[in-house]
Design a binder for this molecule. Structure first.
Ligand SMILES: Cc1cc2nc3c(=O)[nH]c(=O)nc-3n(C[C@H](O)[C@H](O)[C@H](O)COP(=O)(O)OP(=O)(O)OC[C@H]3O[C@@H](n4cnc5c(N)ncnc54)[C@H](O)[C@@H]3O)c2cc1C
Length: 411
C-alpha cells in the first residue's frame, strides 16, 4: 500500500495573536485584563522575572519559549538528557481534523513558526474487524506526521532549538525542584495505555489504522511507515490487561493486509496516558499546569500534541498577566468535553458499527468528516454532561490539582 506524501518546508511569517478574552474574572476569581491594557514591551510588575518549568516535553518547551521571548528568565528541568523525554523517534500526528483552523496556522498565531519537517497526511487505509479495508482521503491534510523523541528533525528538537535561541536555560538530567512554578512533567496516572514498536523498514509509505473492538477493545491499532521509518502501536483505555494479545493480533492483521516487509532495529516500549478535564491551568497554590500534566488530551483518540501546545500558549499568556478565560473554555475545555461524548459512543460500537464508521470516513473528504464529528454542539454538550455524571471518579485521582472531572479507573 503506497500512499502519496509530501515533505513540508514552512517559511517564517508574521505571528498573529491568539484570540483573547475580555476583561473580567477568571475561574479562580482573579482579575484578568484585555491584552491591550498590558502591552508586550516594558517592565510589567505582574510578570514574574524568573520561572522554573518541570518537564522539557513539548508543552514545557513551548511555554518556555513564549515566556523567554517576553523577557522572563526561564529554566527548564528535564530528567532526560538531549530532549524528547519519553519518546523513541516514532511517528505521531499533529492532528488537523478537530477544527477548520489549520494546526500550522495555529502554531504561527502562537508565535511558534513551524519549521520542523512534517508530512502532510491526505490519505490513509482503515481496516475494520470484518476483514475489509477502506481508503480515506482529504483535499487538505487531516494530520501532519512528525517525529517524536530527541532525534534530529523531531518536534521536540525543533522546540529545544527555539528554546535555546530564546535564551532558555535547559537543565537536562536534573529532576525539577519541588516548587517549580510550571508543571509540564507529563502523565501522572495511567488512564490509558499504549505499546509501540519503532523500526526501520522497506515498506512503502503507509498510514494504516485498524478499528476492531474484538482486538483492541476501547482502542485502536496503527501502523505508520514513512520514508522507511515505521511506528506500530496499540492503545486502549479499558481492558488493558489484553494489550499484549491486542499487539500480537493487530501486528498479524497488518502484515496480512500489507504483505511481508522488513523490520530492522526495532525498539519496543510501553506508555501511559492521562485524561481529565482541568478547571483552569493554574492551581489554587498559583502553580501552572500544562500539557499532559494538566491531562490535556483528546478523550476520543488520545491525541494530545496540539492541545499540549495550545495549553502552553494559554498558560504563558496567563503567567504574563493576560489570562484568556474565553480561549481556555472554547479552545480547550469544550473540545475536550465534546470528545468525552464521542468516547462514550465509541466504546459502545461493535464491529459492524466500526465498518459503518470506516465506510462513512471513506466517502467524501476525511478532514471534513473529522471536523463535523468533533464540532461542539448542544447535543454533544448534553451527552457529555450525562456521561461525566455517570463516569465520575469518586475515589480521588492523581491528576494535577486542576482536575475538575475524570473517569473512574479500572480496578
Ligand atoms: C504511545 C503514544 C502515542 C501518542 N501519539 C500521539 C499522536 O499521534 N498525536 C498526538 O497528538 N498525541 C499523541 N500522544 C500524546 C502526546 O504524546 C502527549 O499528549 C504529549 O507528548 C504531551 O506533551 P507534554 O509536554 O505535556 O508531556 P511529555 O511529552 O510527557 O513530556 C514530559 C517531560 O517531563 C519530563 N519529566 C517528567 N517528570 C519529571 C521530573 N520530575 N523532573 C524533570 N522532568 C520530568 C519527562 O522526561 C518528559 O520529557 C501519544 C502518547 C503516547 C503515549
Amino acid at each position: 500500500m503506497s500512499l502519496v506524501t509530501r515533505k513540508m518546508a514552512h517559511s517564517a511569517r508574521g505571528a498573529q495573536g491568539l484570540p483573547r478574552g475580555v476583561s473580567g474574572r477568571d475561574a479562580s476569581g482573579s482579575v484578568f485584563r484585555r491584552s491591550e491594557e498590558i502591552g508586550t514591551s516594558g517592565y510589567n510588575p505582574a510578570v514574574p522575572q524568573r520561572i522554573r518549568i518541570a518537564g522539557g516535553g513539548i508543552s514545557g518547551l513551548a511555554a518556555a519559549v513564549l515566556l523567554a521571548r517576553r523577557g522572563v528568565s526561564v529554566e527548564v528541568y528535564d530528567r532526560h538528557r538531549g530532549g524528547g523525554g519519553r519518546f523513541a523517534g516514532g511517528w505521531q500526528v499533529l492532528e488537523n481534523g478537530s477544527s477548520d483552523l489549520d494546526a500550522f496556522e495555529e502554531l504561527r498565531a502562537m508565535g511558534l513558526e513551524p519549521e520542523f519537517p512534517a508530512i502532510r497526511a491526505t490519505r490513509a487505509l482503515f481496516l475494520d474487524g470484518l476483514g475489509r479495508t477502506f481508503e480515506v482521503g482529504s483535499a487538505t491534510p487531516y494530520a501532519y506526521f512528525v517525529r517524536r523523541g530527541g532525534g534530529e528533525g523531531s518536534l521536540d528538537a525543533w522546540l529545544r532549538t527555539l528554546a535555546l535561541d530564546a535564551g532558555v536555560i535547559l537543565r537536562e538530567g536534573e529532576a525539577a525542584p519541588p516548587d517549580a512554578e510550571v508543571i509540564a512533567s507529563g502523565p501522572r496516572q495511567a488512564d490509558g495505555v499504549a505499546r509501540e514498536l519503532v523500526f526501520t523498514s522497506d515498506l512503502p509509505d503507509t498510514i494504516a489504522v485498524m478499528f476492531d473492538p474484538a482486538v483492541t477493545p476501547t482502542g485502536y491499532a496503527y501502523l505508520f511507515c514513512l520514508g522507511g521509518h515505521g511506528t506500530f502501536g496499540v492503545a486502549q483505555v479499558r481492558r488493558v490487561n489484553r494489550l499484549g494479545g491486542a499487539r500480537d493480533a493487530a501486528w498479524r492483521r497488518f502484515r496480512e493486509v500489507l504483505g511481508e516487509f522488513a523490520v530492522r532495529g526495532e525498539r519496543e516500549h510501553g506508555q501511559f496516558m492521562n485524561f481529565c478535564a482541568p478547571r483552569h491551568l493554574r492551581a489554587a497554590d498559583g502553580r501552572w499546569y500544562v500539557g499532559e500534566a494538566a491531562a490535556v488530551q483528546d478523550f476520543l483518540f488520545g491525541l494530545g500534541n496540539r492541545l499540549a501546545l495550545r495549553s502552553a500558549a494559554l498558560a504563558a499568556e496567563g503567567i504574563a498577566g493576560r489570562w484568556d478565560d474565553v480561549a481556555f473554555r472554547t479552545g480547550l475545555l469544550r473540545p475536550m468535553r465534546t470528545t468525552i461524548a464521542l468516547r462514550f459512543a465509541y466504546e459502545r460500537m461493535g464491529r459492524r458499527a466500526f465498518t459503518v464508521f470506516c465506510r462513512r470516513a471513506s466517502r467524501g473528504d476525511f478532514r471534513r468528516f473529522l471536523i463535523r464529528l468533533q464540532r461542539p454542539g448542544a447535543a454533544k454538550d448534553a451527552l457529555a454532561r450525562l456521561v461525566m455524571a455517570a463516569w465520575r471518579e469518586r475515589r480521588g485521582c492523581r491528576h494535577a490539582p486542576v482536575c475538575s472531572w475524570c473517569r473512574e479507573r479500572e480496578s
